[in-house]
Design a protein around this ligand. Structure first.
Ligand SMILES: Nc1ncnc2c1ncn2[C@@H]1O[C@H](COP(=O)(O)OP(=O)(O)O)[C@@H](O)[C@H]1O
Ligand SMILES: [Mg+2]
Length: 470
């Protein structure tokens, strides 16, 4: 007797269908699992035997062979209860009904167009598979959606002065651009970076599923099945390893760059990170993905995050350039730990001045988070409309071809850009990034075509390129 049941294994953060074929034939009692199962799956024999008996079914005293197909896919134990990833796969492959444990019901139901039945017990699962849906557990009520701005009492209005940096953060949020803040300690770099989350638009419905799938695989979703409702904000410490940041291990686990997918990766004290750790950021920053090769196969993780980094101008953290006791060589060496290719991938460089007493006059308080978030939201809406059907959502994600198509500039701006390429030693990549930022600056004021002034402002944020010419 042969029974076939569809399940799924995990490849990266995607589910691959696995056919579980159980063959029961007369002969000496035996229980064999074939098809590259890992030890956890092999050890499932005792669990299966006990569960079947406890559910009140007889356990056959025959030859049992379990084949997990396709055979070349490694099947790890824990991945067999990842309902969201499995659910997505089912929908794509035209499977209509999914049976999951009760605890995973809410999460799996987030996938539209799929019938999800929850089985409280093995007995109920057997009834469901036999077509008796009366056994299905009633669906739990939808979890309350948490509003996207509730956490933070971190408001932009609390940040004094630093209007230039605030403007850069608004642009960064407006088009999901990477940003580096350089300035003396105590000037508000960390304070500003932590306020970025509050001005980002909420995740769209599709993005909720995309981000939640990753967090589900990493085991980080809250247990009661609540989905991600806000953009992730990850701030790993500078002692993090390459595998912690990028992902790794066997089987490969997602790293911080993947947990930050669709959100923010904040690297505070950037020059303090180990150099090879920083260099490992280059692939995800360029491709929006991470590829991890292992003997067992290649895992591909999504990693389209927005990088926000902060740095003191020198190792000692002197109060300001005027009061800096470090030698010019020491200063150059410190920021020099940030390689040219890494800086090239950071669209906005901002140098913050030390705070001045005048910044603390009440009259100079800037816009509140709520006000900025509305402007950012409107700019993002323009991008969604522009990019409909292109597979991207934000200016930062434009390919070189899309830059040619969506960022045509007037002759006057061409000249400005040409001068910047020579003067700042901008690479072709840097040139494209300037255009993307200019596109966001135009979107923030609702301008349809790029003007020279938008390009001029975008060029201002390439300050560190000049230093690296030296
Ligand atoms: N621009 C600012 N406006 C108001 N308070 C500030 C500002 N900059 C710094 N502070 C105060 O100093 C503290 C340290 O600032 P922080 O953001 O950690 O500086 P940095 O990261 O640049 O070293 C903040 O928690 C805040 O209390
Ligand atoms: Mg700081």
């Amino acid at each position: 007797m042969l029974a076939r049941i569809l399940s799924a294994a995990l490849v990266g953060v995607e589910a691959a269908l696995v056919r579980v074929e159980v063959d029961v034939t007369p002969g000496l009692p035996a229980f064999t699992t074939v098809g590259l199962p890992d030890s956890a799956v092999r050890e499932s024999r005792e669990r299966v035997r006990t569960a079947i008996r406890n559910a009140g079914f007889p356990f056959p005293a025959d030859r049992i062979t379990v084949n997990l197909a396709p055979a070349d896919l490694r099947k790890a134990g824990a991945s067999f209860d990842l309902p969201l990833a499995v659910g997505l796969t089912c929908r794509r492959q035209g499977i209509g009904t999914l049976v999951v444990p009760v605890a995973n019901h809410t999460e799996a139901r987030a996938v539209d167009g799929l019938r999800v039945l929850a089985a409280p017990t093995l007995r109920d699962a057997v009834s469901l598979l036999n077509g008796d849906t009366a056994q299905a557990a009633p669906p739990a009520p939808d979890p309350p959606a948490s509003p996207s701005t509730s956490t933070d009492d971190l408001d932009f209005a609390d940040v004094r002065g630093q209007t230039y940096a605030k403007r850069a953060l608004e642009i960064a949020a407006g088009g999901a651009h990477n940003l580096l803040l350089v300035g003396p300690p105590g000037g508000g770099k960390t304070m500003l970076a932590r306020r970025l989350a509050g001005i980002l638009p909420p995740l769209t419905r599709d993005e909720v599923i995309e981000a939640s799938t990753i967090w589900s695989v990493a085991g980080l979703l809250p247990r009661h099945g609540e989905l991600m409702s806000r953009r992730p904000f990850r701030a790993p410490h500078h002692t993090i390893s390459v595998s912690g940041l990028i992902g790794g291990g066997t089987p490969p686990h997602p790293g911080e760059v993947t947990l930050a997918h669709l959100g923010v990766l904040f690297l505070d004290e950037l020059p303090e990170f180990q150099q090879h750790v920083l260099e490992s950021l280059r692939q995800p920053l360029e491709d929006g993905r991470v590829t991890i090769a292992r003997a067992s196969g290649v895992s591909d993780f999504p990693a389209r995050f927005q990088l926000v980094a902060a740095a003191n101008p020198c190792r000692r953290g002197c109060a300001s350039l005027d009061h800096c006791i470090c030698t010019p060589a020491e200063r150059a060496r410190y920021l020099g730990r940030l390689s040219r290719p890494l800086l090239d991938r950071i669209d906005l460089h901002v140098e913050l001045p030390a705070l001045a007493p005048a910044d603390f006059r009440p009259a100079v308080a800037g816009d509140a988070t709520e006000t900025i978030r509305l402007r950012v939201g409107a700019a993002r809406q323009r991008q969604r409309e522009r990019f409909r059907g292109t597979g991207i959502r934000v200016n930062a994600a434009m390919s070189p071809r899309q830059v040619r198509r969506f960022c045509a500039v007037p002759a006057e701006a061409e000249r400005l850009l040409a001068a910047a390429m020579t003067g700042l030693g901008l690479s072709a990549r840097g040139h494209d990034r300037v255009l993307k930022v200019a596109r966001t600056i135009a979107d923030l004021v609702g301008a349809e075509t790029l003007a020279a002034e938008h390009c001029a402002e975008a060029i201002q944020y390439r300050g560190l390129d000049r230093q690296w010419r030296a």
